[in-house]
Ligand binder design. Structure first.
Ligand code: SF4
Length: 373
């Protein structure tokens, strides 16, 4: 017998207890110091038979012959092939009414999908839904700014929803918007979709308190967007449209985020979940940002922000990664489709030829994409 190499033991705050977490089996224990030290010092002999039995059942103690890397590989492959949903991130346009400093889509063709391409994308989505056979289907409307073309967005969602109903699939969608150009019709649509529980949430981004935010996230003529976005969030709240504020954090703005939190509370937006978008060197797009957070600084910064949010009784939209995939891009049943029908695995990589996979949905002269992700 031996201890799993995926055991993590760390002290609980304020007493002599410890947490044990196994990152392979996801077992969690709350331990006395004596037992925690036995694990940390690799002393199997100090553990009673009852506890050994319990630990063996939960992967804390394993057979000498066990190959945990192989087990991890198995779970990874399994989740990659059997992701619990079929997910499409659809960018109907790369166009946007804003001109954010850090936008990685600035240089891309801003026009929306043509009607012909729209139908082809819809067909592609339907085919892949049937191909993957998952019970759940999720559409993420992305951009550019999807509300530049609200009719197109609405039509797309309604058609996929109808298809899912017909084929007994559970449908939901999310929309990523800058929150500055949602007209009355689009608002009514979101309201209805929320009521029907098919809109999971609308995500709106904030880059810090007003001054900092407006300096980065502004219109093309440099006028700020902070007040408009806060107004949109208030309208969402009043209309029971579930919204999540993604607060971008980087090396320059993180200390000022508590000020933004206070402002949200002041505007009665304290019940809206917030999530942190960490600006780090993940993709080429992020690398253009001078203020990326270094990996070594991240735990300290996140701890500070989580503590602040909890002390202010704000809701956190946390995405614990208990799965075996780093993110949904690694699953076979997830697709990012851009306005030209090009396919990618990650929205942060779209628009660049080297990141495409397959021939795209409507390569000229061909019958379209038919391979596996
Ligand atoms: S709102 Fe989004 S798409 Fe529009 S300019 Fe800003 S980062 Fe780019």
């Amino acid at each position: 017998m031996k201890f799993s190499k995926y055991n993590l033991v760390f002290p609980a705050k304020g007493n002599c207890k410890y947490y044990l977490f196994n990152t392979l089996t996801h077992s969690i224990y709350y331990l006395d110091k004596e037992l925690a030290l036995a694990i940390m010092n690799n002393q199997l002999g100090a553990i009673t038979p009852n506890i050994i039995k319990e630990f063996k059942e939960n992967g804390i103690i394993i057979k000498d012959s066990a190959n945990e890397a192989k087990i991890l590989g198995y779970f990874y492959q399994k989740q990659k092939k059997q992701f619990d949903k079929t997910q499409f991130m659809i960018s109907l346009t790369y166009g946007c009414n804003l001109g954010c400093d850090y936008c990685f889509e600035k240089d891309l063709e801003p026009l929306p999908m043509t009607r012909i391409d729209f139908s082809k994308v819809l067909n592609f989505v339907k085919k892949r839904i049937l191909f993957h056979k998952n019970k759940k289907v999720e559409i993420h409307l992305f951009g550019g700014e999807p509300f530049l073309y609200p009719e197109l967005a609405k039509e797309f969602i309604e058609k996929v929803n109808r298809f899912c109903n017909k084929h007994n699939k559970k449908f939901s969608f999310l929309v990523y918007t800058n929150g500055t150009c949602i007209n009355k019709k689009a608002l009514d649509w979101l309201k209805k979709a929320s009521k029907k529980h098919i809109l999971k949430y609308a995500q709106v981004t904030l880059d810090g308190p007003k001054l900092l935010h407006d300096a980065r996230r502004h219109h093309k003529n440099n006028t700020g967007t902070f007040d408009k976005i806060i107004d949109t969030l208030i309208i969402f709240r009043k209309n029971n449209i579930k919204a999540v504020a993604r607060i971008n954090i980087d090396a320059k703005n993180w200390k000022s985020i508590p000020k933004l939190m206070n402002h949200l509370i002041l505007k009665k937006l304290g019940s809206m979940p917030i999530g942190f978008g960490i600006i780090r060197e993940m993709t080429e797009g992020c690398k253009n940002n001078k203020n990326v957070i270094k990996q070594k600084d991240l735990p300290r910064i996140l701890k500070f922000l989580y503590k602040q949010a909890i002390s202010k009784k704000l809701k956190l939209e946390i995405d614990p990664r208990f799965g075996y995939l780093y993110c949904s891009a690694f699953a076979e049943s997830t697709y990012v489709v851009d306005p030209q029908g090009k396919l990618y695995k990650c929205a942060g990589l779209q628009g660049r030829k080297e990141n495409q996979f397959g021939a795209g949905i409507f390569p000229s002269g061909s019958g379209g994409y038919s391979g596996r992700a």
